[in-house]
Design a protein around this ligand. Sequence first.
Ligand code: SF4
Length: 189
Amino acid sequence: MDYSQLQKECIACTRCGLCRTRTHVVFGAGPKDAPILFVGEGPGYHEDQEGVPFVGKSGQLLDHYLGAIDLDRSKNVYITNIVKCRPPENRDPMAEESAACLDWLREQFRIIRPRIVVCLGRVAAQQLIGRDFSMTRQHGQFIEKGGVWFTATYHPAALLRAPDKKPEAFEDFIALRTKIRQVCPQAYE
Ligand code: SF4
């Protein structure tokens, strides 16, 4: 299945109960061959309204960090979420919702073939890096799985609530730039 077909099927998805309360499925955005994949936990209010990941204040903050290390969602970064439909009141996705939705992410992964995956927030990190992942202790660290490097940093919405964490997040992005230069320098060409 190619990207367009996958997107078409995903936006009609009814595999979990979140389909009943969503306005739009937020499939993802960015080049289909981006070497760097960012994964958040799920769409918020503005994303649900627009059908685009990371818009509003969280999105502006993410774009600020991306720009600081010469990344751009229109050039070298693809952005999506663990669940593609907004959990009501922005609660964490339930286990069965994440499980139902992960097949879409697996298919995106198969098509995009990223070299680096950046989890935004605890929910994504615990799904993609490890059940016991601790953001406080492990943010900014890289682990390799099957030739792909995984890391995690604070979710931009969490940084808006706790701005004292912003310097740590910035360090994570600096470490990401170093890793990109090591494993996929073409991202900067
Ligand atoms: S959250 Fe995922 S699995 Fe659930 S309805 Fe939306 S696209 Fe389908």
